[in-house]
Structures are given as structure tokens and as C-alpha cells.
Design a protein around this ligand. Structure first.
Ligand code: FPP
Length: 245
């Protein structure tokens, strides 16, 4: 009885949906005298470590900010390298994703991605669609304001067509129109590199997210750092605007 209670409380303190802003690749590389792209390459290894650790812990949804709508303005060499890394990640991690029963998903303007990346991505999304262990969602060509605007357009179109009266636009209807609606609210949002910003990531779903900022650059973020974030989350008192217990 006691054991069940203890296990339940541990489970309750595990974030169901974790978002990560993987920041600091460029600075990490430059501090070592490398090109920024070397930081992204090393950052892809951290992705592997963190995905495996989250799966092991029992996280249900993990959303990684891999490429923002605004990242297209970076130098073309960096954008090209990031796109190649994404395609390589999907190719190299395929067996592990399938063996670990992970469902791969993506949010953002996926049609903006180069054909080779989109095809590799869509192939694994399709292949892993019935996996039930954890959902790994890559935010690609993603912006939170862009997502909200897109949802508004979809809702307006339904309203103009007479399918949805303005008074019937509920939070649930709105969430269903968001790219990220299927992920549910973010419980824990982690950002590395010491920056204290949300940077247009999951704006709607972070309404009651707990934030954890790590000073570590993403390429050097490891399982110990992740555990610190989870421990911090476990000790938060989430009140959702109500009075605490
Ligand atoms: C932000 O660091 C990071 C990015 C814009 C890209 C994140 C990409 C990866 C971690 C690798 C590829 C992803 C996957 C899913 C395999 P920054 O470059 O802005 O760092 P800085 O602030 O130090 O310049």
C-alpha cells in the first residue's frame, strides 16, 4: 500500500510533456575555436543522449526546438549543415527509435524543408506511427506566433463557412487547430546556455509550464544535468492560479 502510494507520487512528479530549447551550440564551438557547425554536430549527440534518457524515465512527450522559423535567416552554410544533420539524425537513429518504441512526430512548416530532409523525416514518422513508448516531436521551421496565426486562420475559415460560430470557439477547438495540439500542455520547459527567453517556442502550451534554465551549453548538457532539471520540477508547487495545498 505504502509502496504504491510512493510510486504514484514519484510518477506524479515526472513531467508528462518536456520541451527543450537546445541553445548554445554556436558559442560552445566558438569557445573551442571550432566552426559553429561543429557545435550543431556535437549537439546532435546530446539529442541522442537526452532522447534515450527521457524514454528511460518514462516521459510521454518530448518536444525539441531543432529549427525555428527565424533560423532561416542564418548564414546559408549553417542552414545547409543543420538540414544535413537533421536528415542524418533520422537515418542514423532509425533503428534506435524503432527498438525503443518511440513515435517520431514533427511540428512547424515542414513543407519549407528541403525535399531530402522532408522525405527522410516523413518516412520515419510514418514507420514509427504506431509506437507507444514516447512521442519525440521535432519542432522544425517552427514559430509559436506562426502556429497561433495559422490556427486563427483555420478557425476563421470554419467560422466563415458557417461550421463554427464565434461563441463556440473554445480552448479545445483552438488547441485542435494548433500544430502542437496533440502534444498537450508543456509541464517542464528546459533551456540551456544561460539564456532566459522562450524565443517563440510553444507559446500557447507553455501557459502553465515550469521553467528550468541551465547554464550548460547544449553540446555539453548530459544526463546529470537532465536529472537536475527533473529534480527541480519534482519540487515545484504547481498551482495553476489556484491556492496551493
Ligand atoms: C541553438 O543554438 C540551436 C539550434 C538553432 C539548432 C539545434 C540543432 C541541434 C541541436 C542539432 C540538430 C538537431 C537534431 C534534432 C538532430 P545556437 O546555434 O543558437 O547557439 P548560440 O546561441 O551559442 O549561437
Amino acid at each position: 500500500m505504502l509502496l504504491t502510494g510512493a510510486m504514484e507520487s514519484i510518477e506524479n512528479r515526472l513531467p508528462g510533456h518536456v520541451g527543450i530549447i537546445m541553445d548554445g551550440n554556436g558559442r560552445w564551438a566558438q569557445s573551442k575555436g571550432f566552426h559553429r557547425v561543429a557545435g550543431h554536430r556535437r549537439g546532435a549527440k546530446t539529442v541522442d543522449t537526452v532522447v534515450t534518457a527521457c524514454r528511460k524515465k518514462g516521459v510521454r512527450f518530448l518536444t525539441l526546438y531543432a529549427f525555428s522559423s527565424q533560423n532561416w535567416t542564418r548564414p546559408s552554410l549553417e542552414v545547409k549543415a543543420l538540414m544535413e544533420l537533421l536528415a542524418e539524425y533520422v537515418r542514423l537513429e532509425r533503428d534506435k527509435i524503432m527498438a525503443n518504441n518511440i513515435r517520431l512526430m514533427a511540428i512547424g512548416e515542414i513543407d519549407q524543408l528541403p525535399d531530402s530532409v522532408r522525405q527522410a523525416l516523413m518516412g520515419l514518422i510514418n514507420e514509427s506511427k504506431n509506437n507507444t513508448g514516447m512521442t519525440l516531436c521535432l519542432a522544425l521551421s517552427y514559430g509559436g506566433q506562426e502556429e497561433i496565426l495559422d490556427a486563427v486562420k483555420k478557425i476563421c475559415a470554419r467560422s466563415v463557412a458557417g461550421e463554427l460560430a464565434p461563441d463556440d470557439i473554445s480552448k479545445t477547438e483552438f488547441e485542435n487547430a494548433l500544430w502542437s495540439g496533440f502534444l498537450g500542455p508543456v509541464d517542464l520547459m528546459i533551456r540551456t546556455s544561460g539564456e532566459l527567453r522562450l524565443s517563440n517556442f510553444l507559446l500557447w502550451s507553455c501557459a502553465y509550464a515550469e521553467f528550468y534554465f541551465s547554464d550548460r551549453m547544449w553540446p555539453e548538457f548530459d544526463e546529470t544535468d537532465l536529472n537536475k532539471a527533473f529534480d527541480a520540477y519534482a519540487n515545484r508547487n504547481r498551482r495553476y492560479g489556484a491556492v496551493g495545498k
